[in-house]
Design a protein around this ligand. Structure first.
Ligand code: PGA
Length: 226
C-alpha cells in the first residue's frame, strides 16, 4: 500500500460502553484535533449501533463488531449485515479472538459472515492471528480476499488476554506472510495493546495500513491522538 493512502483507525469498544458514555464520546471526539491522514471508524456495542447512527458523526465512519451468518429472516436475536447496512454501518469486524474464544466462532463461520457482509456492500474487517492465516484465507474467495480488510491481532498482544504489544519486527514479518495469502490489494491492520506510546511505530510503516484499537479507543482524546 502506498504511504499516501489514509490510515484506518478502528475503535473496537467491545461491550464496555453504555448509551450515555457513547453519546459523550461522540461529542468529545468531535471537539478533538484529529489527524488529517487518518480515517476513523467506530464500532460500538451492537445494541448501540442505532444510537450512533442517529447521532451526527461527521468525523468518523460507523462500524459494527459482528454480523450474523444468516440473512434477514426469522432468526431471533441475530444482526444480519443488511440491517446493519440500513443503519449506515460501513465496516464490520469479524472473527475477533474474543468471539473465537468465548463464542467458539470458527473460521468457517467467519467466512460465511464475510460473504454476507460483502453482499450487503459493507467491508469486512477479518481478525486473525498468524496460526489462522492459512485456514482462514483459504475459506475466502478471491473477491473476499481482495475486498476485505485483515487485522493481524496476535492473541497475546490483546490487552484483555496478555497485553504484550507485538514487537514491530514480528508484526512486519507476520504481515508479509499474510500478504502471501491475500495478495496486494487488501488492507492489513495491526491490533493489540496500541496506545499513545507505540501507535506511531506501527503507523509509520507503509506495510501497516492502520490499527484496530480496543482499550485506547474508549477515551476520545487518546483515540484522536493515536
Ligand atoms: P486492545 O484490543 O487494543 O485493548 O489490546 C484490541 C482488540 O481486541 O481488537
Amino acid at each position: 500500500m502506498s504511504s499516501t493512502k489514509k490510515k484506518l483507525l478502528v475503535a473496537n469498544w467491545k461491550a464496555n460502553v453504555l448509551k450515555h458514555d457513547a453519546q459523550e464520546w461522540v461529542q468529545h471526539f468531535s471537539q478533538q484535533k484529529r489527524r488529517e491522514h487518518h480515517e476513523y471508524v467506530v464500532c460500538p456495542p451492537q445494541p448501540l449501533v442505532g444510537v450512533l447512527a442517529a447521532s451526527s458523526h461527521p468525523h468518523f465512519t460507523l462500524g459494527a463488531q459482528d454480523a450474523s451468518t444468516l440473512e434477514m429472516g426469522a432468526y431471533t436475536g441475530e444482526s444480519p449485515a443488511s440491517i446493519l447496512a440500513s443503519l449506515g454501518v460501513r465496516y464490520v469486524i469479524l472473527g475477533h479472538s474474543e468471539r473465537r474464544k468465548y463464542f467458539k466462532e470458527s473460521s468457517i463461520e467467519v467466512a460465511q459472515k464475510a460473504e454476507l457482509v460483502l453482499a450487503a456492500e459493507l467491508t469486512p474487517i477479518i481478525c486473525l492471528d498468524s496460526n489462522q492465516f492459512e485456514e482462514q484465507t483459504e475459506l475466502l474467495n478471491a473477491t473476499l480476499r481482495e475486498k476485505s480488510i485483515f487485522a493481524y491481532e496476535p492473541v497475546h498482544a490483546i490487552s484483555t488476554f496478555g497485553g504484550q504489544e507485538d514487537p514491530l519486527s514480528t508484526t512486519l514479518e507476520a504481515i508479509a506472510q499474510l500478504r502471501e495469502y491475500v495478495g496486494n490489494e487488501s488492507r492489513i491492520l495491526y491490533g493489540g495493546s496500541v496506545d499513545l506510546e507505540n501507535s506511531l511505530t506501527y503507523l509509520q510503516e507503509d506495510a501497516i495500513d492502520g490499527l484496530l484499537v480496543g482499550k485506547s479507543s474508549l477515551n476520545p482524546e487518546i483515540f484522536a491522538k493515536l
